[in-house]
Design a protein around this ligand. Structure first.
Ligand code: SF4
Length: 356
């Protein structure tokens, strides 16, 4: 598939645009730990390392108050991936986040206030080599555009802000246009993709829990990605961040843009099931998401149809009672107890990962 040709921009060590892989992002879901909460800080770093292992390459934090300055500076210094600060309304917080070392800020210039304040922020980002995402939402368009077609309103507004940025010689910019209406979001991205060559950050805003968010995001992002549109993406889900990353990867895998990471194949189970594949998959899912190798793992409910249906899988697993069977490319290679199945599976996955 041909990607839309874009400018090359950089967010710390990560490049965005058609010369680079599509970068997966997520957003920290809690307030930052207090500056005296050493354990909270360690937990945060551990989580970021896990996200990185899963294929996430950019992390965003809300930066709502100057109280976070010290801890945010430490996060920027120690994060395993480039850090973005999400800023609303207060241009001074944008300046401060850049001082802390943010590699990118996300702003809606329309809610930063006077144009000169936006200019100050843009010039500070240029001085520090940071990127800026112009992040527009249909719901926060200028009042005069809110009653019209949000797709048109977002595109026109983004193009106007881009002109501002370019008049200040700033081009390290990425654009997002999100609306709660998925068709509006799709039309907005399609339209702007043909009107300028900056990289696009894809996402559907306020998408809901796992089922609704994945369905809505796949409908919009799957079509855009298949059209070669999109350079970075966040699947917004009201749930664990690991699900956001895994969903982004799965959407990319489905449209043929991603080969790394475990592809899980599992049967829905039926009356023939002799193995609790649902409970087993639930138990191991988080561990599977942290393996970066391009392997297919099948978790099947019975030996009658399971092995045949999963013959293409690198490893397939099924069982009867306390006995669990491991197949590789359709051939039975091991029989183990149910208690040891998880350890045996992951040991073998580790070997296969290293052999890649
Ligand atoms: S693999 Fe077995 S348990 Fe799973 S759906 Fe097919 S027949 Fe049913």
């Amino acid at each position: 598939m041909n990607r839309r040709i874009t400018k090359d921009i950089h967010v710390g060590t990560v490049g965005l645009g058609s010369n680079h892989p599509i970068a997966i992002q997520t957003m920290w879901s809690e307030p930052m730990p207090s500056k005296t909460d050493a354990q909270g800080f360690e937990r945060l770093l551990t989580a970021l390392r896990t996200y990185a292992t899963m294929g996430c390459s950019i992390i965003r934090f809300s930066y709502p108050t100057s109280d976070d300055k010290e801890i945010f500076t430490r996060i920027c210094a120690e994060s395993p991936m480039p850090v973005v600060a999400d800023i609303h309304f207060d241009w001074k917080l944008a300046m401060e986040a850049l001082e802390c070392g943010a590699n990118k800020i996300r702003i809606n210039p329309g809610n930063i206030g006077a144009k000169w304040k936006v200019e100050e922020v843009v010039r500070a980002a240029a001085d520090r080599g940071a990127a800026i995402r112009i992040g527009l939402n249909g719901g926060s368009l200028p009042l005069k555009l809110r009653d019209g077609d949000h797709a048109v309103g977002m595109v026109d507004t983004a193009l106007e802000y881009l002109q501002w940025f370019e008049s200040w010689n700033f081009t390290n910019t990425v654009i997002s246009l999100k609306d709660t209406d998925v068709e509006v979001t799709y039309r907005a991205y399609r339209a702007i993709a043909s009107l300028m060559d900056y990289p696009l950050h894809l996402g559907v805003t306020e998408a809901g829990g796992v089922i609704s968010a994945v369905a809505r995001s796949t409908w919009v992002l799957g079509r855009l990605l298949a059209d070669g549109i999109g350079d970075t993406m966040r699947i917004s889900i009201t749930d664990d961040r690991e699900h956001e990353i895994a969903a982004a990867r799965e959407i990319m895998r489905t449209v043929g843009l991603e080969t790394n990471g475990i592809r899980v194949v599992s049967c829905p189970r039926c009356g023939r099931a002799s193995f609790d594949s649902q409970a087993f998959l639930k138990r191991i899912q988080h561990r599977l998401m942290q393996i970066d190798a391009p392997l297919t793992v099948a978790i099947m409910g019975c030996q009658v149809n399971g092995p045949g249906e999963a013959a293409h899988a690198d490893i397939a697993i099924t069982g009867i009672g306390n006995r669990v069977y491991l197949y590789e490319k359709g051939i039975l290679v091991r029989e183990v107890t149910a208690d040891s199945a998880e350890d045996v599976l992951f040991a073998r996955l580790e070997e296969l990962s290293h052999a890649q």
